[in-house]
Write a protein that binds this ligand. Structure first.
Ligand SMILES: [Zn+2]
Length: 126
């Protein structure tokens, strides 16, 4: 059962960020890497209809870019490692950050959309 008005935006977003149901904070939000569950296993809140669209990808790219580019510029000025090592290292760092951040970003967006009943939270007619 949805607790209308009882949860703050920050709480719902944080619960989504941690991969938990924004309503109860107990049930899992994802059944696969980026696939949200249809309903929370703990409280039954419908979550599968919430579409985060491009928001999580935008946030992931924003954070990854702001972390990697300054680090890359600082390190590359101070080191003289071979180009192939640099290419593998920075590429692997970007892939790792994206894999870590993307599900968390999607969870945060789902939590925020759920809390605000924002666009993307309309139930689809089945
Ligand atoms: Zn729940």
């Amino acid at each position: 059962m949805r607790r209308d008005g009882a949860l703050s935006f920050a709480t719902a977003t944080f619960r989504g960020f941690t991969g938990r149901c924004p309503n109860c904070g107990i049930g899992k939000l994802f059944r696969a890497f980026l696939k949200p569950v249809a309903h929370c296993s703990s409280c039954g809140e419908p979550l599968g209809h919430i579409r985060a669209d491009d928001g999580p990808a935008w946030l992931t790219i924003l954070i990854t870019g702001h972390l990697v580019i300054p680090a890359l510029l600082m390190v590359e000025q101070r080191t003289s490692w071979p180009e192939w090592v640099a290419m593998i290292f920075w590429s692997a760092l970007v892939v790792l950050l994206v894999l870590l951040l993307l599900p968390r970003s999607k969870g945060a967006f789902i939590g925020a959309i759920w809390q605000t009943n924002g666009p993307g939270s309309e139930k689809q007619a089945d």
